[in-house]
Design a protein around this ligand. Sequence first.
Ligand code: NAD
Ligand code: UDP
Length: 320
Amino acid sequence: MKPNFFDRARVLVTGGAGFLGSHLCERLVKEGHYVMCLDNYFTGTKRNIYHLLKHENFEAIRHDLVNPVFLEVDEIYNLACPASPIHYQYNPVKTVKTAVMGAIHMLGLAKRVKAKILQASTSEVYGDPTVHPQKESYWGNVNTIGLRACYDEGKRCAETLFFDYHRQNRVNIRVVRIFNTYGPRMHPNDGRVISNFIVQALRGEPITIFGDGSQTRSFCFVEDMIEGLVKMMNGPDGFVGPVNLGNPSEYTILEIAEEIVRQTDSKSRLEFLPALEDDPKRRQPDINLAKARLGWTPKVGLEEGLARTIQYFRELLSGA
Ligand code: NAD
Ligand code: UDP
């Protein structure tokens, strides 16, 4: 049952105009909550939230999270941070500031107004993992001075802050480690593998594979991820995480390229380029904890998820 006007929870979604954030805002508005979407529009777009702007339960706030903000809220989903390597490496110092100062500002806010707060952490905290699949108990293998460190270490420090605010100030936290997620509203130019390959295939351009394409990732469809985030926010008291959220079906990047070429019926050829620095070789979540504590398991397989994402990009590229 939807809450009535006066009982609505006031939910802040930072990074709400981004890929995951916009789907989350949509879901929370549908559930009857009052949603404040905070974003500086670095990688997010107004287009992602356009359909929500006139809703009486939705409010968009332009703000950069490296600066403090004072709001009255009941729950916070902290998603603000560029997530694709080309975007987080564009201004690495800013990425660290967003991850770390953003976490401090949101935790300070949560502490002041006694809000529950969920952190969108990442599988990147495991770095180039030496343990496979990755369980939450694994501490990771991150190059502290590499090109990905601004993001990886920023997110690791944010996790530290969450747990210290929890222990020191009793802030009610939730930490999820998100594995590669894809779907409609990914940024067409953010260089992430699925959006990149689909755009290249639809334009008939070469499909750019870094290295020999044998590196693996495990891809989760956005709908499943949003369900996981909401389940964690509403999960059992005392279950603070960190918890892995992702789809354990693991594919090589070459397999992804071939499946996208097949589904788009593209004439694109595969182009092999030099491997990226510190590119993790294998990644697969162990999601037993999420299954056991949240009753969450992803439902959308790669074939269906790709078909829905390809449909989105077809419309986007045709200007519809
Ligand atoms: P995204 O780039 O689409 O969204 C990030 C949003 O944060 C954008 O709207 C951007 O404009 C906003 N933002 C960035 N810096 C900001 C700042 N300083 N102040 C205010 N807003 C700012 O990326 P996404 O895929 O939606 O990722 C959302 C969150 O989930 C990120 O924190 C990311 O680290 C995490 N995550 C995503 C994935 C994935 O596969 N999509 C995987 C692991 C973790
Ligand atoms: N990748 C690729 N070609 C591209 C974009 C990405 O081969 O055009 C590879 C990249 O090297 C990595 C994998 O795809 O091994 C996933 O990259 P993405 O940037 O999507 O996510 P992340 O590396 O952060 O998991």
